[in-house]
Design a protein around this ligand. Sequence first.
Ligand SMILES: Nc1nc2c(ncn2[C@@H]2O[C@H](COP(=O)(O)OP(=O)(O)OP(=O)(O)O)[C@@H](O)[C@H]2O)c(=O)[nH]1
Ligand code: SF4
Ligand SMILES: [Mg+2]
Length: 428
Amino acid sequence: MKRINIGIFGRVNSGKSTLMNLLTQHETSIVDSTPGTTADVKTTVMEIHELGPVKIFDTAGVDEQGVLGDKKKEKTFNALKRSDIVLLVINENNEAYSTDEFSTEKEIIDLAEKRGKELFIVYNKFSVIEAVKNDISAKIDPEKKFKSIELELAERSNYIYLIEFIKTNSKLQQIKTPLLPMLDRDKIVFLNIPIDEESPEGRFLRPQMMIEEYLVRRYVPTFAYRMDLGKARSIKSEEVAEEKKRFDGFIAHLNKDNKLQLLITDSQGMDIISRWTQDSNFMVTTFSIVMINFLSRGNLEMFVNGVKAFKQLKPGEKVMIAEGCNHDRKAEDIGTVQIPNKIDQLFGKGNIQVDHYFGRVFAGEEDLKDYKLVIHCGGCMLDQQAISSRIEDLIESGVSFTNYGVLLSYFEGKEALNKVIEPFGLKI
Ligand SMILES: Nc1nc2c(ncn2[C@@H]2O[C@H](COP(=O)(O)OP(=O)(O)OP(=O)(O)O)[C@@H](O)[C@H]2O)c(=O)[nH]1
Ligand code: SF4
Ligand SMILES: [Mg+2]
């Protein structure tokens, strides 16, 4: 089941952390009457029996002033972009309401609406009389667009009312993007896993694991193969021939009676695979393409369109390479070595500035505008919400984006690119 991200937002001291603790039924966040107690986004991953797997963000108050306040606000709004459900907490006792006309609340509501989030208002009751609440709600949500609940958040037994409220009112579509298109149970999927020197021993990488599990679960047989890329790319022709013979031998064996339906390769092996499978009658794609299609909820086409921006790069322009994790870098690392080298080779050394973003850090909307193109990895360590939030930021900033598998296939020619996107019903 897909994980739902629930973000908690509001002013300082409205009871956001108290709400977090109500949801988790635990002292997850520090609750204190000092304004600004929560300084950063606090994330908790858990299973709520009635809702399934959830990720909850407790955030800093949006109304804090000053430079530090601005930084906190940026982080809080980033969490909002990654939320599916936005819980806006209102402390009815807050005197600031009378002076600033709910500007903080309106800012939260505006961003949530712009990003298509589901928003609920949680009136933290403390112990205020009903009349006050009615007065406030008419100002915050005059059109009565949002469902709301009134609760004393500090009272732990109110948990059931809150969960029931979310369950009843959330129309969250469980959009299910399949990891792979429909495949045949009677035909084989060939997984080309070159395994780098630095790959951790004892397990496959996440995309490899996920795809293998996905297929086997659906009774689709797989064949895992380690190509020796060093030999396949060797300057010694006999080494290349030997490696090709081994590969061709397995392909011929598996493809007897056309039993091979798809080959999925690590993107960095696309230079070899595209040549060695040129006339194949089975489909070919890359792990990175499968992952980005899944994580972008089926929006692979946007990443394919981004290749156009690559073709049009001009000296002096900037490109960002973004990876979703901080793995060990090896000598022929795709993001830090292979793609930058290729860019130098195609556009002249140093003519295109290449910047890197690793892990959960991603450029803010302002910085994004400096880039002509963002080249993203498969993103396997990120979730669908994080990738969607990045895509929305990129679209808003007018920056094109593509993906490792798409770009490395494009380097091998239009035909190679068409081949790897064909399983997803795409063509350029
Ligand atoms: N009596 C009562 N006190 C509450 C309730 N909810 C919050 N409080 C108190 O209000 C104060 C602020 O609560 P927090 O949950 O820390 O508020 P916050 O929104 O996380 O605040 P910041 O992290 O500073 O932005 C604390 O002293 C809480 O004990 C409630 O339902 N009843
Ligand atoms: S997050 Fe990106 S760079 Fe890290 S392992 Fe996954 S695909 Fe590779
Ligand atoms: Mg707090």
